[in-house]
Structure formats: C-alpha cells, structure tokens
Design a protein around this ligand. Structure first.
Ligand code: PMP
Length: 283
C-alpha cells in the first residue's frame, strides 16, 4: 500500500497527472527513512532534513512533524515486514508548464514502503568495490532533490565498471558517494568532509560522528583531499539503507591491505549496538 495525496491505495492504482512538476522539471524533494521493528529510525532528524530540503526549494511543508509521524506510522502499519524503508516524495504540484513557480498549487505528496534488508554479514566481511569519478553535480547537493540525473549517471558509471559506488571528487577534494556519504581513515583518525552545499547531510553521517565521538575515536571533520582518499587505510560508505560498509577496492587498487579495517569493525559494532538499544527502547 502506498500513500498519494491524502489516500492510501495499492501501488497499481496510483497515478499522477503528466503535468506534475516532478515529472516535468524534477521540481521536488524526497526523504528515505529506515524502519526497524516497525518504528522509524531517527525520525526527528529525517523530518528536520525534509524541512531543510523544502526550504531549499521554497516549498511550504504540507504537514506538521506530528502529522508526518502519524502518516508514516499508518504507512508502516499497512505494509508487511518488521524492517522497511519509507520513501517520501513531495513535488510542487500540477500546473501549466512554466519554469516559474505556479500560484496556488497544492503539492503532490507520495509515500511508499519497501522491505529493508540490512547488509549481509558476507558483504561486511568482504567489503565493496568503488571507483572515483568527477563530481559534476550542481552546487546545492545539500538539498535532497528528486532531480537525480547526475547521481543516476555516476552510479551507472560505477555499475558499468563492475563496482557498487562512485566516490566523487570535486576540485581535488572528496565530497561523497553517488548515493552515500564517505569517510576515510588515515593513521587511526577518521576523516569526514564538512557538511556544506557540496554534499547531502546524511542522517547516517551524523550518527557515525556521534558514535565516534562517544567512543573517543580520533575524528577530523574538514576537507578530505583526493590524496588522502588514495592513501587511505580504510574507506567507509554510509547510508540509511546500507548502514556502514567498508570499501576495500578503489579504482581497482586495494584500500589499505584490501580487507575491512579495525576501525570499520569497531564502528559497525557501535552502530549495531546503537540500533539494538533504540529498538529495545521502542518495545
Ligand atoms: N549522499 C547521497 C547523495 C545520498 O543519496 C544519500 C542517501 N541515499 C546519502 C548521502 C546518505 O544519506 P543518509 O545517511 O541520510 O541515507
């Protein structure tokens, strides 16, 4: 069951008008929220980022946080599976095709749920492969915009190279992945690029920083030069659906010794225990 403009319905019954500005211009934003044991994970943080994305495209939030909370819980209740991920999508609505904002238009709100399978133990044990690519996206990567063509092309470049992710480099510095945030470990210190207009402020990124600080893992938030990426002992990829994964091969070269590193293992353990604690509290 999906949600579209005030109604829950089977996915097959959902349609939108072709003049929806999401379809015509990619004029909209989205969120992806993981659900564990039928409870949204870090909901307040996701709703804050949703508001920032809406502010970034000057679109009024159609719901209060309390309303979003209720709608999302209804969506969870109407779908099977203890673990799900919720996709929430808002466009500027349906209007005659004109680039400028239309007046008095109701935004389109679409939400769906999909099964969430956390990364398999084998994947964490082997690590994943990635390529580097030039970050050729726009300068508002902090907005979670539905217009994802550059990300689509970059991710496809990674897949065509037989890898899982493209690690993006802009002007000599690492920004993020095509659909993930990236951390680098150098000599026992975790390096994280700063949150700015060049990357999406990942909800998982924030959690990794919190967990590292709480466990006294040396951490440096600042521009990460491409050279640091190339000489890294470890590289991690993070996202709400993939949690934290080690990148063990970059551009065909082993990262460090080519195995998931000790700090990855420590961080993954911290992440899993944080998740377990939050889920217990929800019971
Ligand atoms: N950067 C980009 C470009 C993404 O698409 C995503 C999520 N898919 C992330 C970072 C990670 O964000 P989050 O941890 O909130 O899933």
């Amino acid at each position: 069951m999906i949600y579209l403009n005030g109604r829950f319905m089977p996915l097959e019954e959902a349609t939108i008008p072709v003049l929806d500005r999401g379809f015509i211009f990619g004029d909209g934003i989205y969120e992806v929220i993981p659900v564990y044991s039928r409870r949204p994970f870090r909901l307040a943080e996701h709703l804050r980022r949703l508001q920032n994305s809406l502010d970034g495209i000057q679109l009024k939030n159609p719901h209060s946080d309390a309303e979003w909370g209720q709608l999302l819980q209804q969506l969870i209740d109407r779908n099977e599976g203890e673990d799900q991920y919720l996709y929430l999508h808002i466009t500027r609505g349906v209007a005659k095709r004109d680039h400028a904002f239309p007046k008095n238009v109701t935004p389109t709100v679409f939400m769906m749920s999909s099964p969430l399978t956390p990364p398999a133990a084998e994947l964490k044990a082997s690590g994943v492969t990635a390529i580097t690519a030039q970050d050729n996206r726009w300068l508002r990567c902090d907005i979670k915009a539905i217009s994802l063509l550059p990300n689509v092309l970059l991710r496809q470049q990674a897949v065509a190279a037989g890898t899982m992710e493209a690690v993006l480099v802009r002007d000599g510095f690492m920004t993020e992945g095509s659909a993930s945030n990236i951390f680098v470990v150098q000599n026992g210190t975790v390096l994280a690029p700063p949150k700015n207009n060049l990357m999406l402020p990942g909800i998982t990124y924030d959690l990794i920083l919190e967990l590292a600080a709480a466990d006294h893992i040396p951490l440096k938030v600042g521009p990460v030069p491409e050279a640091a990426l190339r000489s890294a002992n470890e590289i991690w990829l993070t996202s709400s659906t993939r949690e934290v994964l080690p990148i063990t091969v970059l551009d065909g070269q082993p990262v460090g010794n080519g195995q998931p590193g000790p700090l990855f293992k420590r961080m993954d353990a911290l992440y899993q225990s944080y998740k377990a604690t939050v889920m217990r509290k929800a019971d």
